[in-house]
Design a protein around this ligand. Structure first.
Ligand code: SF4
Length: 690
């Protein structure tokens, strides 16, 4: 038996593990002593590998290229030459007829490495000539990136996952660590054991609330009001660090003026919180020697998400909880390489290394390195704008790489209708997802465990993964596929291995220059910025309280609270919030093909409902129910649960039947274009005969 070091592909915690391989098959996984996991894994790390042995629980593994010569026709297995010729010639025709910006692409954050994302965006920019590439950050932490880039100059976690346990106070805001990142949850527990104070702001009584010193059950959709109330108390009670603010921050006067009316009493009706509880919470945060704020989708999947991120960042600035160890702002990134997809420039507004596409000098440097006369200067389109752009005739082809928008995007009915109008759908994936089933061309790729690559964990940590087993069938690495496509499109691109790609990237991005393959070997962990080869990497940002903003100062920001855009009413009296299931990951194409995880949760989802609401709507525990919104209707099983708040219901988005995105609204944050997955008005109906 051999042990192969890799990184778990199921969340941004970056847990290192050994895949145990015997006779070319994976027979188990054991925790490795990685920097973030220190010899621990959650259930997905231990049991999330058996699809590598070609199990077929949910969907078939894609093992050979396929094309469909007419929409609705049968898939036809073809050679790689034929598939690439078919896909590239149709893309070339679309580009010639409608221009490069009529083509949309995705990067991938699901177990696909940084090298492949780098090559994918290079294909988009250099071979096609468009910045129309985006990744799943758009539907998760896009607001964190957009908000923190403005307030602090860097969109990533300021401090490290390991530091969480050594902080004196953790403000957990809209973040269910136990389900999203169990190994981060473990750090929170360790902090508690070491004496840290824990404050939880969440409408549901989540696992972390059980160990909280203070639990604030705010109403769904009131985040901005609560953040403003916190700021109001900090200023009115002079709990903020005035000298820090004067020296290292800007915008205080406007900020103070805006939050002046948001007293805990004024916001009580919006948040549903006892004003004294709000005061106690923010005093606890401000009076701790070190404090950190962790947030997740409960902050970012709202129509006012960017404002709230900026507001949370401002709380850290006001209290001087930046620029040193064990403090900071922590948007804990969801998918295992969503940080990496952003780092690599799989975003419509940034090149690799976060150089803006509007920065002429950066564009020129990349163009020279990539051997093209110029690169597109206009910011590209966002993933979430795609259905409307298709309807308007602006997007004609969609090249989807390791994403499943027909499962994960809001308002799936709108998405399906738009997809039917596309001239060309190319899907590059490992499984026959819902999206792959609509494709004209399927390009099958190797999976995590079948290639080597670098992942970025949520705290900017680069780690190497090694190949454990051969992939089944006639599949290729993602970067090989994009290279073949680029060459066929008239832009020759060739790499011998992943390291060549990585070294090209390092040469172009000062943030990553020192993160060599050698430094990341085995259990190595290099956090960017790492500007030179003798640099050890950067566990925490903003040393000397020098921020990465144009002025070098942190920006204080507050905004007026806005209610969720869809409101409950007599017809749709409950607010639907989408959440995660600990045993499954993203669209479930990978974890649904792992027998142990499938056994843990093998039903078509559930809807969590408070006992009072269940009684009100005649719903029995574990009975099948209809859940309907203005957009659709799905069947699922009721889970009567006193830990959820009355007036709201909660569903996971991972199931094909009972897919809650049939119900969600595509209301977008105006800045980040992230959908308001956390609030759609729905009704629930018991099914009489069961
Ligand atoms: Fe670690 Fe996340 Fe994998 Fe669990 S799912 S083992 S927390 S990386």
């Amino acid at each position: 038996m051999k042990k192969v070091i890799t990184v778990c592909p199921y969340c941004g915690s970056g847990c290192k593990l050994n895949l145990l391989v015997e006779n070319g098959k994976v027979v188990g996984a054991e925790a490795a002593n990685g920097v973030t996991n220190e010899g621990e894994l959650c259930l997905k790390g231990y049991y999330g590998w058996d699809f590598l042995n070609d199990t077929k629980l949910l969907t078939p593994r894609l093992k050979q290229p396929m094309i469909r010569r007419s929409r609705g026709g049968q898939f036809e297995a073809v050679s790689w030459d034929e598939a690439i010729a078919f896909a590239s010639s149709r893309l070339k025709t679309i580009k010639a007829q409608h221009g490069p910006d009529s083509i949309m692409m995705t990067g991938s954050s699901r177990g696909t490495g940084n090298e492949s994302n780098y090559v994918a965006q290079k294909f988009a920019r250099a071979a096609i000539g468009t910045n129309n590439i985006d990744c799943c950050a758009r539907v998760c932490h896009g607001p964190s990136v957009a908000g923190l880039q403005v307030t602090l100059g860097n969109g990533a976690m300021s401090n490290s996952i390991c530091e969480i346990e050594d902080t004196d106070c953790i403000l957990v805001f809209g973040y269910n660590a136990a389900d999203s990142h169990p190994i981060v949850a473990r750090r929170i527990l360790k902090a508690k054991e070491k004496g840290a104070k824990i404050i939880v702001c969440d409408p549901r009584f989540i696992e972390t609330a059980r160990i909280a010193d203070l639990y604030l059950p705010l109403k769904n959709g009131s985040n901005m009001a609560l953040v403003n109330a916190f700021a109001n108390v900090l200023i009115n009670e002079k709990l903020y660090r005035q000298a820090f603010v004067e020296q290292f921050a800007e915008g205080f006067e406007e900020y103070q003026a805006l939050v002046a009316k948001y007293t805990p009493e004024y916001t009580a009706e919006i948040t549903g919180l006892d004003p004294e509880l709000v005061r106690k919470a923010i005093r606890m945060y401000a009076q701790s020697a070190t404090a950190t704020i962790l947030w997740g989708m409960g902050v970012t999947q709202w129509g006012q998400a960017v404002d709230v991120v900026k507001g949370l960042s401002s709380l850290a600035t006001l209290t001087g909880n930046l620029g040193r160890p064990n403090v900071g702002v922590g948007p804990v990134r969801g998918q295992n390489n969503v940080q990496g997809a952003c780092d690599m420039g799989a975003l419509p507004n940034t090149l690799p290394g976060y150089y803006s596409v509007t920065d002429a000098a950066a564009r020129e440097r990349f163009a020279r390195a990539w051997g093209v006369p110029s690169l597109p200067a206009e910011t590209g389109h966002s993933l979430t704008e795609v259905p409307h752009l298709i309807e308007e005739g602006k997007i004609k082809a969609y090249y989807i790489f390791g994403e499943d928008p027909l499962q994960t995007e809001p308002d799936l009915g709108v998405m399906r209708k738009a997809f039917a109008k596309l001239d060309l759908i190319i899907v590059q994936d490992i499984f026959m997802t819902k999206t792959a089933m609509m494709a004209d061309v399927i390009l099958p790729a190797t999976s995590w465990g079948e290639h080597e690559n670098v992942f970025s964990s949520a705290d900017r940590g680069f780690q190497r993964c090694y190949k454990a087993v051969d992939a089944p069938g006639d599949v290729k690495d993602d970067w090989q596929i994009h290279s073949l496509m680029a060459t066929a499109m008239g832009y020759p691109m060739h790499y011998d291995n992943a390291q060549q790609i990585w070294d090209e990237l390092r040469g172009l991005c000062h943030l990553y220059t020192g993160a060599t393959y050698e430094k990341m070997a085995d259990l190595g962990y290099v956090q960017w910025p790492c500007p030179t080869e003798d640099h050890p990497g950067t566990p925490w940002l903003y040393e000397g309280n020098r921020f990465d903003t144009p002025s070098g100062k942190a920006l204080l920001f507050a905004a007026e609270w806005r209610a969720p855009r869809e409101q409950v009413d007599a017809d749709y009296p409950l607010g639907l919030c989408t959440v995660r299931e600990v045993g499954h990951y993203s669209c479930r194409s990978m974890t649904g093909n792992c027998s142990a995880l499938q056994t843990l949760a093998d039903e078509p989802g559930y809807v969590q409902i408070h006992p009072d609401d269940a009684a009100r709507f005649g719903v029995q525990d574990q009975a099948l129910v209809w859940v309907a919104s203005r957009r659709g209707k799905v069947i699922t099983r009721a889970n009567i649960n006193p830990r959820v708040n009355a007036g709201a219901v909660y569903m996971t988005y991972q199931w094909w039947i009972g897919a809650c995105n049939e119900l969600t609204a595509e209301h977008l944050d105006p800045i980040s274009k992230t959908p308001e997955y956390k609030f759609s008005a729905v009704k629930i109906e018991a099914i009489a005969d069961q």
